[in-house]
Design a protein around this ligand. Structure first.
Ligand code: NAD
Ligand code: UDP
Length: 340
């Protein structure tokens, strides 16, 4: 059985991916410092899969602890989710973001090299595209100067990975998956997004407003050049996203990759505005979301969605969930969290 190290595996996307990898027959070792997650997510993964998925509380910055981890297990691959991800916070604390996101990556890649672990999957982001001139964004759409230190860490990490695998004479391969906007929760409602404090992202803000925890959702701007004036994104179900990692793993382990470093857009190709998302949420759940229109949020882009044809063709993967199914799963998760 192939053993996969999942750094940041107690987090939102990592925990869903741990489920799908385990269900696909991989042995998973979750390594997380629990900075932005809780052990309950690991328990959720174990409950859903019925397997004693391994958990190691480790900080990827702790080189000694990471060395021990790589000696304890024989990994066939690493999926590196561990990162700080709050855009606004990254503007206030850039050094924390550069240190955590870059150093953790460098530690992991160095240990992979030392221990001859050949396969790597990285959590990148659509943020690397900024506001593309042409839509939908394809993998060859030029990256633009990042608007936040967080976004910059994703660009620099992509470059570090590309340079590293290109220097290994084919002994290491990597896929960078550029996620669009992950939302929703596992259909069991046993794992989902666990934002600390006031959510920055739209989906948890919607569900918390629907649950009465927040009084009112602020919709940031209705004067964009879009049909209803609100900004447009490509919202992808977190379970669909998790399955893309299984497809990525199969590609690497079966050596189907065409070059040592490959990049894939992981989205749905389906654009929705903020207002549309709120309206579909209300219609699907039957719950009203109190909202008001406020000014634009600094740094926000107007519209982006993915061209996913490369991932569809090369990974044999496609997002499958309907937006209604996804929004309902987000609401079931919020209700589970609040005991509603
Ligand atoms: P998350 O915060 O829920 O998960 C990240 C996990 O990494 C957390 O459990 C955290 O405790 C852990 N972690 C952070 N630094 C660590 C370190 N030094 N050592 C060990 N563990 C550490 O975030 P998520 O939404 O699941 O995101 C996962 C990855 O996907 C991140 O790299 C993020 O940048 C990327 N991404 C997320 C989104 C999104 O909207 N959620 C979009 C694009 C890309
Ligand atoms: N958004 C909003 N109100 C919120 C949070 C987000 O109107 O409380 C909007 C935001 O301006 C963007 C979209 O929802 O147009 C998605 O925002 P999110 O922060 O979830 O993702 P990202 O900005 O990274 O695409």
């Amino acid at each position: 059985m192939k053993c996969i190290l999942v750094t940041g595996g107690a987090g939102y996307i990592g925990s869903h991916t741990a489920v799908e990898l385990t269900n696909a027959g991989y042995d998973v070792v979750i390594a997380d410092n629990l900075y932005n997650s809780e052990i309950s997510a690991v328990e959720g993964v174990r409950k859903i899969t019925g397997k004693e998925v391994a958990f190691e509380q480790v900080d990827c910055l702790d080189k000694n602890a990471m060395e021990k981890l790589f000696k304890k297990y024989q990994f066939s691959a690493v999926i590196h989710f561990a990162a700080l991800k709050a855009v606004g916070e990254s503007v206030e604390k850039p050094l924390d973001y550069y240190r955590n996101n870059l150093e953790s990556l460098i530690n992991v890649l160095s240990l992979m090299k030392e221990n001859r672990v050949p396969n790597f999957v990285f959590s990148s982001s659509a943020t690397v595209y900024g506001q593309p001139e042409e839509l939908p964004a394809t993998e060859t759409t030029p990256r633009q100067k990042a608007t936040s230190p967080y976004g910059n860490t994703k660009q620099i990490c992509e470059d570090i990975i590309e340079d590293t695998v290109n220097a290994t004479n084919g002994t290491m391969s990597a896929l960078a998956l550029r996620y669009f906007n992950p939302i929703g929760a596992h259909p069991s409602a046993l794992i989902g997004e666990l934002p600390k404090g006031i959510p920055n992202n739209l989906m948890p803000y919607i569900t918390q407003t629907a649950a009465g925890i927040r009084k009112c959702l602020s919709i940031f701007g209705n004067d964009y050049d879009t049909p209803d004036g609100t900004a447009i994104r490509d919202y992808i179900d977190v379970t669909d996203l998790a399955k893309a990692h299984v497809a990525a793993m199969v590609r690497l382990i079966d050596k189907q990759n065409k070059t040592p470093y490959e990049v894939f857009n992981i989205g749905t190709g389906r654009p929705f505005s903020v207002l549309e998302l709120v309206e579909i949420f209300e219609k699907t759940t039957g719950v009203k979301v109190n909202y008001r229109i406020t000014g634009r949020r600094t740094g926000d882009i107007e519209k982006i969605w993915a061209d996913t044809s490369l991932a569809n063709r090369e990974l044999g993967w496609k997002a499958e969930k309907s937006i209604e199914e996804t929004l309902l799963s987000a609401w079931m998760w919020e209700k589970h969290l609040r005991g509603l």
